[in-house]
Design a protein around this ligand. Structure first.
Ligand SMILES: [Zn+2]
Length: 345
């Protein structure tokens, strides 16, 4: 008889094809560890897969969850750096081609064959997950699994703002979209020395905008964004606009509000075509940078910032709930009533 465990399975492309099922415990390869999940946070991409509104291929049926931390329960024969009992957090690139040119440069996050937990291979919304040793990072006792699970979205924001972005002390930075990634981008902009961080959303985002204030945003707006930016400073626009919304139309707002020779960082994405001209990009001599995922050095840096308390995750975690309460967490996150929900198996 094979042992089973409850896992939150996304079983088809149809909307709402997610349910808690009894699934077999994973088998590990010789370079993998069996990780006992301590906590897994819910990502906007999990909500998209639940809704069936995602734009990436999913290997159905697949256990959701790619933002997770836990304890090493078992190690494969060729695992050398980790042992049973180690507290760890895992990166998301579960499958990569280690010989691809990008992987060899340390940019395995951009390797086209990359497959991640929660859509490409079974994720962590369950009790045990098989993880390649190369994905793991150690975390100290002082950091809870609940917080460690949020390392991944922090890495997304760090990569966007601090690696692909060029925020300088005193800059005016506009963040469009107060979802978890937008809020964490605001944190990174503040830590980079931005003079004024403005977080903008919709009237329905009032809770998430209040969290932006708790995290140190100087201004939060739910309307009148262009008018506000036009009267700011010399009236020429913000130095850096960060598009952290899932709607393509937000890029137009970024183009309207960024100053000439400024920068747009696009970290939010959605499959809709754009219905506007990119001429302002040329006329204003704007740099636009996409930002996707993260890699090893970003993880090490962000973990050290969580450990030191430089990144305060308390305002971001709206709820920690046991796995069977996943549906309420998904619904409340989707409605913006929670910033982040964290599930514990
Ligand atoms: Zn995520």
């Amino acid at each position: 008889m094979t042992a089973t465990m409850p896992g939150l399975v996304n079983y088809s492309r149809e909307p709402f094809s997610v349910e808690l099922r009894e699934v077999p415990l994973p088998k590990i390869g010789e370079r993998d560890v069996l990780l006992r999940v301590g906590a897994v946070s819910v990502c906007g991409s999990d909500l998209h897969q639940w809704r069936g509104s995602h734009s990436w291929p999913v290997n159905y049926p697949c256990i959701l969850g790619h933002e997770f931390a836990g304890t090493v329960a078992e190690t494969g024969a060729r695992v050398s750096c980790f042992k049973e009992g180690d507290r760890v957090v895992s990166e998301t690139a579960a499958v990569i081609d280690e010989s691809s040119p990008l992987s060899r440069c340390g940019m395995y996050n951009l390797d086209p064959t990359r497959r991640g937990f929660g859509y490409g291979v079974n994720g962590a919304m369950t009790e045990y997950v098989s993880v390649p040793e190369r994905c793991l990072h150690r975390i100290p006792e002082s950091v809870s699994f609940d917080k460690a699970a949020l390392t991944e979205p922090c890495c997304v924001a760090y990569n966007a703002v601090c690696m692909n972005g060029r925020v300088r002390p005193g800059d005016n930075v506009l963040v469009l979209g107060p979802g978890p990634i937008g809020l964490l981008c605001a944190v990174m902009a503040k830590l980079s020395g931005a003079g004024r961080v403005i977080v903008a959303g919709l009237p329905a985002d009032h809770f998430r905008l209040s969290v932006a204030g708790d995290l140190g945003a100087n201004v939060t707006l739910d309307n009148g964004i262009v008018e506000y930016i036009n009267q700011l400073g010399d009236g020429l626009g913000v130095d850096v606009a960060i598009d952290a919304s899932g709607a393509s139309a937000t890029l137009q707002l970024a183009l309207q509000t960024v100053r000439p020779a400024g920068q747009i960082i696009k970290v939010g994405w959605g499959p809709q075509p754009m219905q506007f001209s990119l001429d302002p990009l040329v006329q204003k001599n704007v740099t636009i940078s996409g930002s996707f995922s993260h890699n090893w050095p970003v993880w090490e840096r962000v973990i050290s910032m969580i450990v030191s308390g430089q990144i305060n995750l308390d305002p971001i975690i709206s709820r920690v709930a046991p796995l069977p309460q996943w549906l309420a967490c998904f619904e409340k996150m989707e409605r913006g009533e929670y910033v982040k929900a964290v599930l514990t198996p």
